[in-house]
Design a protein around this ligand. Structure first.
Ligand code: ARG
Length: 472
C-alpha cells in the first residue's frame, strides 16, 4: 500500500535523496503513542460533529487501541517509506480497520497541528521523568550532606581558601540549584499545557470540531489561543532545552568539584570502584569519568538549546519544514540526562570523604582572618579599620611563618589595642562555623534546618514528577 499522505497532484514520487532528507520516522517514532492518543481524541470530536457514526467510532477506537498495543509490543514497526510517525500510523490503522473507516480520521487535522501537539505531550511527560531522576540525585546529596553537617572544610572563592564552612552546607548547595531546575520545568509546564490541536494546517478547521474537548481528553489544561501561533510556536521546545542545558551545567559544576576533591592534591574524596574507571596504561589510575562525562555532556546540551534558537531565528510563519529539527535535539537531551543523572546519583551516594583531612585544612590559608575583623567590629571598631587590623595580623603571621593562632598576646596588642587575648575565642574553626547561624548560614545548626526544609521541598518535587499529564 502506498502510504504517503500527499500525492494527488504529483506525477512521480520523491527521489531517493529527497526521501532520505525528508524522513523523520527513524527518530519521531518516540511520538507514536502520543499520536495514537491524539487520534482517539480526534475521532471522538469527529463523531460529535457527525462525521463518524457510532459504529464507525467504535471501529476506529478499537483499531487505534489495537494499533497502540502493537506499537508498544513492537509487532507494528515504522518503515523508512513511511516518512514520518503520522504516516506510519495511518498505514497501521488502514491495515487494521481498512480504508473505508480508517480513511476518515485525517479530516480536520494536519501533521502541522499533530506534530506540535505530540511534541508538547512527549516533552511534558519527559520533564517529569527527568525531574524524578533529578530528585534521586538531590536525595543522594541530602544524605551525604546530612552525614557531614558537622564536618568542617575550607570554603573557597577564586579557588583560594576563603572561610571555613560546614561540608554539609557545601554539598547541599547543589540540592537547591537542581531544585530550581525542576521549578523551571514546573513553570514551563503551565505554558506547555495548551493543546495546538484544532489549528489544522494553520487556520483552524471548517468541520466544527471541538478543540477544547480534544485538549481535555488528552490531559491539557486548555487550547492555544491562536491557530497560526499554535502550529509555529516552538518556544516551548527552546525553554525545555534551556532547562535541560541548565541541569547539564549544574551537573558539570558538581562534576568539577568531584574531580577536584578526588585529585591527589585535595584527597578529600575517594571514588567507589563501581563509579570510576582505570587507565589502559597506568595501572594505578582511578579516574572520575562519571564526573568528567557529566562535564562533557553539558556542552552537548547547550548545543541543543542553541540549535533550536537558531532554527527559529527569522523563520517565517506558519509551519516550515525547518521545524522538523525540533525533535532530534529534544530526544537527545532527554536521553543524555537519562544516562548522566543515574550515574551521578550512584557516584555521589558512594563517595567516601576524608573528614579529618578536610577539617585540618579548614583554617589554613589564614581562613580565619575574617573572624578577627568581625570580632574587632563587635568591639566598636569601624569595619574599614577592622579589615586593616586583620590584614596586619595576617602580614605579621606570614612574617613569623605561623598561623593566626600562633601570634602572641603581645603581637596582637602591638597591632591594635582592641585586640585583647579574648580574640582567641573567635579564632577557631568551630567558632567561625557556629557564629554563622543565620537562616542560610554555614553553622551546623542552621545547615541541619536547611536540610530538613530541603527534604520537604524534594518530596514536593517528587510528587510533581510522579504524575504524568498524558496517558498513552
Ligand atoms: N515530520 C514533520 C515534522 O516533524 C511533520 C509535519 C510535516 N508537515 C508538513 N506540512 N510537511 O515537522
Amino acid at each position: 500500500m502506498t502510504t504517503r499522505l500527499w500525492g494527488g497532484r504529483f506525477e512521480s514520487g520523491p527521489s531517493d535523496a529527497m526521501a532520505a532528507l525528508s524522513a523523520s520516522v527513524h527518530f519521531d517514532w518516540v511520538l507514536a503513542p502520543y499520536d495514537i492518543a491524539q487520534s482517539k481524541a480526534h475521532a471522538k470530536v469527529l463523531a460529535s460533529a457527525g462525521l463518524l457514526d457510532a459504529d464507525e467510532l467504535t471501529t476506529m477506537l478499537n483499531g487505534l487501541d489495537a494499533l497502540r498495543d502493537k506499537v508498544l509490543d513492537g509487532s507494528f514497526e515504522a518503515k523508512f517509506e513511511d516518512e514520518d510517525v503520522h504516516t506510519a500510523l495511518e498505514r497501521g490503522l488502514l491495515e487494521t480497520i481498512g480504508a473505508e473507516v480508517g480513511g476518515k480520521l485525517r479530516a480536520g487535522r494536519s501533521r502541522n497541528d499533530q506534530v506540535a501537539t505530540d511534541l508538547r505531550m512527549f516533552l511534558r511527560n519527559s520533564a517529569r521523568d527527568i525531574a524524578a531522576l533529578v530528585t534521586d540525585l538531590q536525595l543522594a546529596l541530602a544524605d551525604q550532606a546530612a552525614a557531614h553537617v558537622n564536618s568542617a572544610a575550607p570554603g573557597f572563592t577564586h579557588l583560594q581558601h576563603a572561610q571555613p564552612v560546614s561540608f554539609g552546607h557545601e554539598l547541599a548547595k547543589h540540592i537547591h540549584a537542581l531544585g530550581r531546575d525542576i521549578d523551571r520545568f514546573r513553570d514551563w509546564d503551565k505554558r506547555a499545557a495548551k493543546s495546538p490541536m484544532g489549528s489544522g494546517a494553520l487556520a483552524g478547521s471548517s468541520l466544527k470540531l471541538d478543540p477544547v474537548a480534544v485538549a481535555n481528553d488528552l490531559g491539557f489544561d486548555g487550547v492555544v489561543e491562536n491557530s497560526i501561533d499554535g502550529v509555529s510556536d516552538r518556544d516551548f521546545v527552546a525553554e525545555f532545552l534551556f532547562t535541560t542545558a541548565m541541569i547539564g551545567i549544574h551537573l558539570s559544576r558538581l562534576g568539577e568539584e568531584v574531580c577536584l576533591w578526588s585529585s591527589r592534591e585535595f584527597a578529600w574524596a575517594t571514588l567507589d570502584d563501581a563509579w570510576s574507571t582505570g587507565s589502559s596504561i597506568m595501572p594505578q589510575k582511578k579516574n572520575p569519568d562519571v564526573a568528567e562525562l557529566a562535564r562533557g555532556k553539558a556542552g552537548r546540551l547547550v548545543g541543543h538549546v542553541t540549535s533550536i534558537l537558531v532554527t527559529l531565528k527569522g523563520l517565517p510563519f506558519a509551519y516550515n519544514r525547518d521545524l522538523q529539527e525540533d525533535k532530534e535535539s529534544s530526544i537527545d537531551a532527554i536521553n543524555t540526562l537519562h544516562l548522566v543523572l543515574p550515574a551521578m546519583t550512584g557516584m555521589i551516594a558512594t563517595l567516601k570523604f576524608d573528614t579529618e583531612r578536610m577539617a585540618a585544612s579548614a583554617p589554613e590559608g589564614f581562613a580565619l582572618a575574617t573572624e578577627i575583623a568581625e570580632w574587632v567590629v563587635q568591639q566598636g571598631v569601624p569595619f574599614r579599620e577592622a579589615h586593616e587590623i586583620a590584614g596586619a595580623c595576617v602580614r605579621k603571621a606570614e612574617q613569623l611563618g605561623t598561623d593566626l593562632n600562633g601570634l602572641s598576646d603581645a603581637d596582637f596588642a602591638e597591632i591594635h589595642p582592641a585586640l585583647t587575648p579574648a580574640v582567641r575565642e573567635a579564632l577557631t574553626v568551630e567558632a567561625a562555623l557556629n557564629s554563622r547561624s543565620t537562616v542560610n548560614g554555614t553553622a551546623p545548626s542552621s545547615v541541619q534546618l536547611q536540610l530538613d526544609a530541603a527534604r520537604t521541598t524534594i518530596a514536593h518535587l517528587q510528587s510533581w514528577s510522579q504524575v504524568q499529564p498524558h496517558a498513552i
